[in-house]
Design a protein around this ligand. Structure first.
Ligand code: BGC
Length: 727
């Protein structure tokens, strides 16, 4: 974010008036989600809230106890993973706009969203809060989302900067990643967030990077963010991610937040003030942080400055609102486009609504509410339509719907404390341990399985809705494998045996193993945590009222053991985490090593078919600029109208540098009525052809042959053409 001179001048006026005590009050948490106001000068406190699926419920100011209010129910948006799966930039913008407007409506200044860490492993507990394994897709979807948030005088706080891809020991784990992977994989989306979208704030991560805590990091905060990228926004720590006063003071961090209520003892509170008074830290270090915060506050129109009286004064700021019909509509339209049709043999889907007289829905996720879980992303949703409710409301009274649980979820043992309060213990996160199944649980599972099988034989139409929930997709905990919990594999196998036409719906934030039943299932639908309208969107897709158009923003491997974070690098280590796989993350690895996957990056079917034709390339190349215009025609050759995402990958045909087989560098989503054709255009610049050359410390283009590939997924390339780049 770049700040204009007028704001800078105004901030300097206030800065000169502030005492050291007042300044330090502005750079650390004085409540769990706020800073201290300076009433004398009219500077308000800065109010923050999670993020990213909506505006989180109110907590007590100094305790992790829900305030128990009735006015903090909000619009529950599809998770960031679901937003990425739409491959639709406009919908990302709309979700951002809802978030920003609702945050303002709830009186917040900063919304702690979006989450854009790269999905390095399917086991990361927070994958549902993140977008993709691919830096290009993450950048393209997060930029409009941030712009949407900030339309409403609310600051986005893009998180967690950086290379934060596991929850295990997240406070201490030291990530070792090579420079090329850092620049090509882990940083581009953050750079786009701050430079293209102008994110007003950014959250430093819990983990260390090359030995330094991210919130005290010279490399990340000073060298890369402030100097290279010229960032003038505010850097906020993750809650409890600061460990030392001096290091934090001399880094680009501006605001220390934490989870404990000893606010005056935070590293950037009294200890920092005393260090300045003793002359150990120059006051200018504090001023620089306050300056950034004042710049952000002024950009958000939180106040203006009376130059004569040298105080903050009221100004016109956009007011927000929440729970509007328009917000719910945006949630619904996004949910629709996020659903991924993984498999549809024999045109099992869509179901013919008029003929559906008896329907059996099996599975806990059919009847489950997910909004209130997951960690800091939990939402007090105004409502959440479950799959069962969605189906019931769409089918009305003409269809008899029976629901059975199918599998048994053990009761969660609550110990009365809030996890966030405890989150600085045990290194902040752990790997999930697989618990022994008790005899009682085994018995309950068997009873439910038998019931499901009995009815599956009787009902012509059966839908199984399973997957994960926020006991597994969860902050502070990684999964230990990709297996479906609660004995679901057995249930799905038995149900498919009893009724081979059963449709399988998976609701989850990260991929699961499907090997035991995937071949037997004719239709599989992937549903994420898709917000308050999730059940309606799902019902529309199953009944053909919406033609699915979601595409996977990440590869679905057969097992986590196939993933490079596990078979090449380290994962869930407690101390040193070596990213030995380098740039080979997600499809970049599977393709290079020819590792087959269950479903590939970019995969997603439609009820209609699309034909691609007529690729054209047009190059303009001179000493200072490279531009390649690519186009093709897409025709809807099927019988339903639908949307297709045309994906553009670039393959470097030179063998001078080790590179992935291909990389995503463009995508466009088009809507086509049955029989309709449209031209799809892409414009590539030099950036898209470049790789990071470590010896030069810069991105470079190798002259030579490149292939431009256009396709419906990373493995379904329909058109290709070569181009020679001179540079
Ligand atoms: C999470 C952040 C979140 C913060 C405030 C931390 O535990 O890592 O993503 O914004 O808490 O709730």
């Amino acid at each position: 974010m770049k700040i204009g001179n007028e704001i800078k001048e105004k901030a300097e006026i206030l800065l000169k008036e502030l005492t050291l005590e007042e300044k330090t009050g502005m750079i650390h948490g004085a409540g769990l989600f706020r800073t201290k106001a300076v009433e004398r000068l009219g500077i308000p406190a800065l109010y923050m809230s999670d993020g990213p699926m909506g505006v989180r419920a109110e907590f007590e100011d100094a305790a992790w106890v829900p305030a128990g209010e009735t006015q903090d129910y909000v619009t529950y948006l599809p998770s960031n993973a679901a937003i990425a799966a739409t491959w639709n930039r406009e919908l990302a913008y709309e979700c951002g706009s809802v978030l920003g407007e609702e945050a303002r409506g709830r009186g917040k200044d900063v919304i702690l969203a979006p989450g854009i860490n790269i999905k390095r492993s399917p086991l990361n507990g927070r994958n549902f809060e993140y977008m993709s394994e691919d830096p290009y897709l993450t950048a393209e979807q997060c930029v409009p989302l941030i712009q949407g948030i900030q339309e409403h005088d609310t600051a986005a706080c893009v998180k967690h900067f950086a290379v934060n891809s596991q929850e295990t020991q997240r406070l201490w784990v030291d990530t070792q990643v090579d420079e090329r992977a850092l620049r090509e994989i882990y940083l581009p989306a953050f750079e786009a967030a701050v430079n293209r979208a102008g994110s007003a704030s950014i959250m430093g991560a819990y983990n260390r990077l090359r030995g330094e805590h991210c919130c005290e990091s010279q490399l990340l905060l000073n060298k890369i963010l402030r100097k290279e990228w010229g960032y003038e926004g505010t850097v906020i720590s993750d809650w409890g991610a600061v460990h030392r006063t001096k290091e934090a003071a001399f880094s680009g961090l501006d605001l220390e937040m934490s989870v404990t209520d000893n606010f005056d003892e935070y590293y950037m509170a009294r200890p920092l003030k005393e260090a300045v008074e003793k002359g150990e830290i120059p006051e200018e270090a504090v001023d620089e942080k306050v300056r950034h915060i004042l710049w952000m506050m002024l950009s958000l129109h939180m106040f203006d400055v009376d130059k004569e009286r040298k105080t903050a004064v009221d100004t016109q700021r956009r007011s927000g609102c929440y729970n509007t019909p328009a917000h719910r509509d945006a949630a619904l339209r996004t949910a629709r486009e996020s659903i991924v049709l993984l498999k549809n043999e024999e045109e099992r889907l869509p179901l013919a609504k008029e003929k559906l007289k008896k329907l059996l829905v099996i599975g806990r996720n059919g009847n489950k509410i997910h909004s209130n879980g997951g960690g800091s992303a939990e939402i007090k949703a105004l409502y959440e339509i479950s799959p069962l409710m969605g189906l019931m409301t769409h089918l009305g009274g003409n269809c008899e719907i029976r629901y059975v649980e199918g599998y048994y979820e053990e009761e969660k043992q609550e110990d009365g404390t809030n996890w966030q309060e405890d989150s600085l213990k045990e290194g902040g996160g752990k790997e999930r341990q697989t618990a022994q199944v008790s005899e009682e649980t085994a018995r309950k599972r068997q009873t439910l399985l038998e019931e499901a099988v009995k009815y599956a034989k009787e009902y012509e139409q059966v839908i199984f809705v399973g997957g994960l929930n926020h006991e597994y997709d969860l902050e502070g905990q990684d999964r230990s494998d990709m297996k479906l919990p609660y004995g679901q594999d057995e249930v799905i196998e038995a149900v498919l045996e009893a009724n081979p036409d059963t449709i399988i719906v998976m609701a989850a934030g990260s991929p699961v193993e499907m090997g035991r039943w995937e071949k037997k299932a004719k239709a599989i639908v992937w549903n994420w945590y898709a917000g308050m309208e999730s059940g309606n969107a799902l019902a529309e897709v199953l009944l053909g009222e919406t033609n699915p158009s979601g595409k996977l923003p990440e590869s679905f491997p057969y097992t986590h053991k196939d993933c490079s974070a596990h078979c090449v690098g380290d994962f869930a280590e407690e101390k040193l985490l070596r990213y030995r796989e380098g740039i080979y993350v997600g499809y970049r690895y599977y393709e290079k090593q020819k590792v087959p996957v269950q479903y590939c990056f970019g995969h997603g079917l439609s009820y209609t078919q699309f034909a691609y034709s007529g690729i054209t390339l047009e190059k303009q190349e001179n000493a200072s600029e490279l531009r390649v215009n690519v186009s093709c025609t897409v025709k809807n050759t099927g019988k339903y109208s639908g949307k297709e995402t045309v994906q553009l990958y670039i393959r470097d045909k030179n063998d001078k540098v080790d590179k992935p087989i291909k990389e995503l560098k463009g995508y466009e989503k088009v809507e086509l009525a049955a029989g309709e054709s449209k031209k799809v255009n892409f414009c590539l610049s030099g950036k898209e052809f470049a790789y990071y050359e470590e010896s030069a410390g810069a991105f470079q283009i190798i002259p030579g042959e490149y292939e431009i590939l256009l396709g419906a997924s990373s493995q379904d390339i329909r058109l290709q053409a070569s181009i020679h780049i001179k540079v």
